[in-house]
Design a protein around this ligand. Sequence first.
Ligand code: BJW
Ligand code: ZN
Length: 247
Amino acid sequence: MHEQEVARAAELLRSAERVVAFTGAGVSAESGVPTFRGAGGLWEGQAVEELASPRGFYADPVKVWRFYEERRRNLAGVRPNPAHHVLAGWQERFPQYAVVTQNVDGLHQAAGARGVLELHGSIWRVRCLGCGREREERTVPLSQVPPLCPECGAMVRPAVVWFGEFLPETVMAAAFAAIERCQVLVVVGTSAVVYPAAGFVEIAAAAGAKVIEVNPEASSMAHFADVALRGPAGQLLPLVDARLEVA
Ligand code: BJW
Ligand code: ZN
């Protein structure tokens, strides 16, 4: 059913040297990680602004901390799926390759991807609200209230990017450079509604890149797609990868 699209995607990739994989929550769906939007999404029936904004955190730090603590607990036993593995493997194939992700779950790295550009931070890091120090924090379970910084005693927060906050500058710069230069952009598992990340698809297309979208549903950027693979990434990316081997 997907044979033609798979063949076309492989054809675009086979001759490419500069490739970027741009991912969202859907790439982790088959690992058992809930996405944000839609049925069964993390935010179904929840006020997003209450959970993922600085205002929400200051209004009720314990509630927000527990939301992340629960996600960390759920993620602790989760393994990367074939989509993460294919995308990690491509760093060996393409001379210039980057994984640019909106995800905070660390699953691309768990699959072996190096230099992953995490636009929205990481759930496995915390940042002190007092001294600004950031550190890795992989203890699970950790605590039911925001821990205090061992250096200065202030409260720490998850080192993720909330609504209204700027994306980390060096990560943005590196991602932008890769996006602007790539020949093929593979957009996997994102609804592409959250900016500035969503804008990368248009930027790449405007700069002449071919766009491959891998998503069971059309994203808001689907009109930029040269090839649309409509199905689960964990099933379709291995098909594309296998097809790449065929000359
Ligand atoms: C599968 C699948 C399978 C399922 N295989 N696929 C311009 C215009 C309008 C608004 C703005 C704008 N610029 C900025 C804004 C404001 C705001 C914004 O974009 N709002 C829009 C929602 C309207 N942006 C911001 O505030 C950003 N900051 C910023 O712009 O700073 C500058 C500034 C400062 C002050 C004032 C103004 C500007 C920050 C955005 C931070 C987003 N943070 C979150 C939370 C991170 C922490 C956490 O994890 O809790 O990031 S929100 C959430 O959405 C998370 C995600 O990374 C992000 C994107 O979601 P994603 O990954 O696309 O997931 P879903 O669930 O939406 O989609 C899943 C997809 O998978 C679906 O399409 C499924 O079909 C698919 N799928 N199974 C393949 N098996
Ligand atoms: Zn501190």
